[in-house]
Design a protein around this ligand. Structure first.
Ligand code: MLT
Length: 409
C-alpha cells in the first residue's frame, strides 16, 4: 500500500499568491466593471531587454541548424553563462570558481530544492515576515512541526523583523542549524548594511550554522555600504549558499533563469559524523534531478551580463524604482507609515489603526481596486502591514496614485 508524505497535508491549503489570485478573481467575477490594478505579486510588466531578445533569436536559429543544434546541456549550466556570472561577481571583488555556480530555472526552485541536502532534524530559523517558500519547503520535509493558532509553526525559530527593531534581525535565543536571510528583503523592502550582515556571518562561523542567503533583489540596491552578495563579507564562503535570479533584474519571471552559488568550502557533518561537501552534494542532486535550463534562455541570460545588457537591465530597474519612489511619496502623503522601497522594489506599509492586514487588503481592493499583499501572509510579524510592489507599469502607478489621493483612511 502506498504511503504518502503526510507533511504535505500540514501545509495551508493554498500558496499565498495563489490564495490572493483566487480572491481577486472572485471579486472580479462579482464586480466585472472593476478596473483592477495589480501591485500584489512581484511580477514584472516591462518586456525583456533587447539584448536578451536578440540573443534568444540567435539561439533559436542555432537550434534550427543541425550543425549548431544542442540537445541536453550540462545540468549545472553552460560554461559561457557560469563564466559571465563569475565575472559579474568579480566586479564586486568576489572570486568564484565556475564550479561553484549552478544555473537553474529560477531561485524559487533552488530555494525549495536545497533542503534535500539537509537532515530532517535541523532546526531552521527564518526572519519573520518571510518569503513563504522557505517555510513551505521545510514543512514538506517535516521540519517545522505543527501550525498553531498563533500563526506559528511549532518547530520553526522565528526572528521578528518589524518597525520596533528597525527590521534588523536579532540573533534568536536558541541557536539554529540553518538560517534563511533575504536581503534586500522580500517582503519588507529593507536592507542590512555590510556591518549588520557581517555580524550574521560571524555568528554562523562561531556556531557552525548554514546561511541560505537569497539576494534575488540585489540589482535594486542604490545606496553604498549595502552588500550585493554575502560573499563580499570575509568568511561567508565557509557558511553561506547564495541564491540569485534573473527574474526581477532582467524581467525573466516568465522566461525562468536563476543560479545558486555553493562554495567548495562548505563542509558539514551528517548524523553519523561523516563529513560531506555541500558543493559536491548539490552537484550530485542537480545532475540526478535536474536536466538543465534551456540553451536559449541561458544565452539570453548571458546577454544581460554584457555591457549593453547591463545598461538595458539598469534601465528596467530604474523604471521600477521610479514607480516605487512615486508610490512611497503618495502613501506618505495620505498619512501612511511606509518602510523599504529605497533599495528594493517593495514598500511595506503599516495599516491604519484598527485594521488588520487582511481587512486593509480587502478595503484597498474594494474601495480602490488595487491589489496588494497582506503582510500577515508572510508570517505572524507581518500582521498589521501590507506590501505593494513597484513592478507595475508607470501609467498604472500614476493611476494608483490618483486613486489614493484624498482616500479617507
Ligand atoms: C513575490 O511577490 O514575493 C515574488 O514575486 C514571488 C516570487 O518571486 O516567487
Amino acid at each position: 500500500m502506498p504511503v504518502i508524505n503526510e507533511f504535505f497535508l500540514d501545509l495551508p491549503e493554498n500558496y499565498l499568491f495563489s490564495d490572493i489570485a483566487k480572491r481577486v478573481k472572485k471579486y472580479k467575477e462579482e464586480n466585472p466593471e472593476a478596473d483592477i490594478i495589480r501591485l500584489g505579486i512581484g511580477d514584472v510588466t516591462l518586456p525583456l531587454p533587447k539584448v536578451a531578445i536578440d540573443a534568444m533569436h540567435k539561439a533559436v536559429d542555432e537550434m534550427a541548424n543541425a550543425d549548431t543544434f544542442r540537445g541536453y546541456g550540462p545540468e549545472q549550466g553552460y560554461e559561457f553563462l557560469r563564466q559571465a556570472i563569475a565575472e559579474d561577481y568579480k566586479r564586486r571583488g568576489v572570486n568564484l570558481d565556475i564550479d561553484e555556480i549552478f544555473i537553474s530555472d529560477g531561485s524559487k526552485s533552488d530555494l525549495g530544492n536545497f533542503t534535500d541536502l539537509l537532515d530532517r532534524d535541523n532546526r531552521i530559523a527564518i526572519i519573520d515576515p518571510v518569503y513563504p517558500v522557505y517555510i513551505d519547503s521545510n514543512v514538506m520535509f517535516g521540519r517545522c512541526g505543527k501550525f498553531g493558532e498563533d500563526g506559528r509553526w511549532s518547530n520553526l525559530i522565528y526572528i521578528p523583523c518589524t518597525a520596533d527593531n528597525d527590521f534588523i534581525p536579532d540573533f534568536p535565543s536558541e541557536v539554529p542549524d540553518v538560517v534563511y536571510l533575504c536581503y534586500p528583503n522580500n517582503p519588507t523592502g529593507t536592507v542590512l548594511t555590510k556591518e549588520q550582515l557581517s555580524k550574521w556571518v560571524d555568528y554562523a562561523l562561531e556556531h557552525n550554522i548554514i546561511i541560505l542567503f537569497d539576494s534575488a533583489y540585489e540589482a535594486f540596491i542604490s545606496e553604498d555600504n549595502i552588500p550585493h552578495s554575502i560573499y563580499e563579507i570575509e568568511g561567508a564562503d565557509k557558511v553561506a549558499v547564495e541564491f540569485r535570479s534573473f527574474s526581477k533584474t532582467a524581467g525573466f519571471t516568465g522566461v525562468r533563469c536563476g543560479y545558486t552559488v555553493v562554495p567548495k568550502k562548505l563542509n558539514f557533518k551528517g548524523k553519523n559524523g561523516v563529513e560531506g561537501n555541500l558543493n559536491r552534494m548539490w552537484c550530485r542532486r542537480q545532475t540526478t534531478k535536474f536536466n538543465g535550463t534551456a540553451y536559449i534562455v541561458q544565452r539570453a541570460a548571458e546577454a544581460t551580463l554584457t555591457d549593453e545588457g547591463r545598461r538595458e537591465t539598469k534601465e528596467l530597474v530604474n523604471y521600477y524604482m521610479n514607480n516605487v519612489s512615486l508610490l512611497r511619496k503618495s502613501l506618505q502623503g495620505i498619512g501612511l507609515e511606509v518602510y523599504g522601497g529605497c533599495n528594493a522594489p517593495y514598500i511595506w506599509i503599516r495599516v491604519p489603526k484598527g485594521e488588520t492586514s487582511w481587512s486593509f487588503f480587502e478595503r484597498m481592493l474594494k474601495e480602490k481596486h488595487i491589489v496588494s499583499t497582506p503582510g500577515v501572509g508572510f508570517g505572524p510579524s507581518g500582521e498589521g502591514y501590507l506590501r505593494i510592489t513597484g513592478f507595475g507599469k508607470y501609467e498604472d502607478t500614476l493611476r494608483v496614485i490618483d486613486r489614493l489621493k484624498n482616500w479617507k483612511l
